[in-house]
Design a protein around this ligand. Structure first.
Ligand code: SIN
Length: 482
């Protein structure tokens, strides 16, 4: 790949066809670990968004005419290129968002998995022949690409949240403009570079970067040529975009906030349950939409579980993202760090007990923390923490656990641990969530549907379902003697 890993003030252009880089304003991207500037990135404007939309429309007209086999071959080549560039991409994510390097390598595999999966799915977009009551009529259903897509992607998975949206879009025959989070534009630009290097048409996948992206989003949301929005981010922004989409009647996929419960029943294998809670809660430093945010433990095992979880959390290695030993890096921003810390402080003020060592950390780091005696009036019980903080709450009965778990406007992911098969089935069916992990704290895979209900959003990404979001149905009725 010809794009360099960001060091001090490396300069990157936007991946928008026809942009004049000489006149371009730029903004600084900083490492959340050191606070140092690592790159200068194109700060695009409304005119660039209009140019991107024009390109996307042109790109769509030719891309939709390619065969599924051609699209699949390009996606496969992109998949191979991504894996070849694994170390570069992982290092870039460690630098621009502070993801520990070992997790960043895992993200490259996860992200590339969407390219491979949707390369295969491209060839499975078929149609239907319907029965007709008229001997001279033939009825069929075609599945056709929705058109140019606008994707707004978050900083917490700088690669995977792009491929999970772009791969099904391209496989379906759509063109895609990605606006990556302002904190993590470089991985996105690298993905666009790899796409072009394997022969992908530049106007079919573009990346538009901006420090204050609201005007770019407004422009593309108002543009009737853009037929679909796919967004991962907060619930308030998702609702705002949903309302805005009405004017141009765009198709919508919204992957929004969560407040995942993890319910541990007293028949659990405590060590195995601790391991899954660690995987769920502390993945990406607690910065995923599916991270456990409330951990309900049945009273009979509460003390034993709490003690073992706290011991495991005290072992977590907090450090620099590029250090191979690091398990918890910094949070991505001052606002993110302040929110997570305020959830700890608020809980302690209201009577929670800290079970872990109060480690001294600075900058954007937050000490991984386990809290007991947590009550429903604490902010952590209502708001998504997005940080390495695990609140524990005791419960008595299965019915109480289900009621508590469902007592939230969110419905993205939920988890439970039990060895009782009947209970596993009953509880997973009763949880009002789009994803349920039974004895599994890390269920996400490219072949499964990802998404939520209620305030957690609309639509599904991944799996055989993910491509449907990028396809319209067309009914064709043909009178043979017409
Ligand atoms: C997210 O946090 O939105 C993505 C997490 C995942 O894919 O598991």
């Amino acid at each position: 790949m010809s794009l360099p890993v960001p060091t001090q003030a490396t300069v990157y252009d936007a991946a928008v066809v026809g942009i004049d880089a000489t006149e371009m304003r730029r903004y600084a991207v900083r490492s959340p670990a050191s606070g140092e500037i690592i790159a200068e990135v194109a700060d695009c404007t409304v005119e660039h968004a209009e140019l991107a939309a024009e390109n996307a429309q042109r790109g769509f007209e030719s891309w939709r005419r390619t065969t599924a086999f051609e699209r699949a071959a390009l996606l496969k080549a992109w998949h191979r290129a991504m894996l070849e560039a694994k170390e570069t991409l992982a290092l870039t994510m460690a630098r621009e968002m502070g993801k520990p390097i070992r997790e960043a390598r895992g993200e490259v595999d996860y992200a590339a998995g969407f390219l491979e999966w949707f390369a295969e799915q491209a060839k499975r977009v078929d149609g239907d022949i319907l029965p007709s009551q008229h001997p001279d009529k033939r009825l069929s259903v075609l599945r056709q690409p929705v058109g140019p897509v606008f994707a707004i992607t978050p900083w917490n998975f700088p690669a995977a949240m792009i491929t999970r949206k772009v791969a099904p879009g391209l496989a379906a025959g759509c063109s895609v403009i990605v606006k990556p989070a302002e904190q993590t534009p470089i991985t996105a630009l690298m993905l666009a570079e790899l796409w072009r290097e394997v022969g992908g048409p530049a106007e079919v996948f573009q990346v538009i970067t901006a420090e204050r992206p609201a005007e770019i989003s407004d422009t593309l949301m108002a543009d009737a040529r853009i037929r679909k929005l796919t967004f991962t981010g907060s619930t308030p922004v998702g609702k705002h975009l949903y309302a805005k989409s009405a004017a141009t009647m765009k198709r919508m996929s919204l992957e929004l906030g969560g407040h995942a419960p993890f319910v541990i029943f007293d028949d659990a294998d405590i060590d195995a349950a601790v391991a899954e809670v660690m995987a769920s809660k502390f993945r990406n430093g607690g910065q995923t939409c599916v991270c456990a945010n409330r951990i309900y433990v049945q009273r009979g095992i509460f003390d034993a579980f709490a003690e073992r979880l706290a011991a495991a959390v005290d072992e977590l290695r907090v450090g620099q993202p590029e250090d191979e030993a690091t398990q918890i890096g910094p949070l991505v921003s001052q606002a993110g760090r302040d929110k997570a810390q305020s959830h700890i402080d608020d809980a302690l003020e209201k009577g929670a007990r800290r079970l872990t060592v109060a480690r001294a950390v600075d900058g954007l780091f937050v000490a991984p923390t386990v809290l007991a005696d947590v009550t429903s009036d604490m902010r952590i019980m209502r708001e998504e923490t997005f940080g390495p903080v695990a609140p524990l709450i005791a419960f008595d009965s299965e019915a109480e656990a289900i009621a508590n778990a469902n007592a939230t406007p969110f419905g993205l992911a939920a988890y439970l641990w039990t060895r009782n098969l009947g209970r596993a089935a009953r509880v997973s069916e009763a949880l009002d969530y789009g994803i349920v992990g039974v004895n599994d704290g890390a269920p996400s895979v490219p072949q499964a549907p990802f998404g939520g209900i209620k305030d957690s959003g609309l639509g599904r990404e991944g799996g055989r379902y993910g491509i449907d979001e990028y396809l319209d149905l067309k009914f064709v009725s043909t009178r043979l003697d017409g």
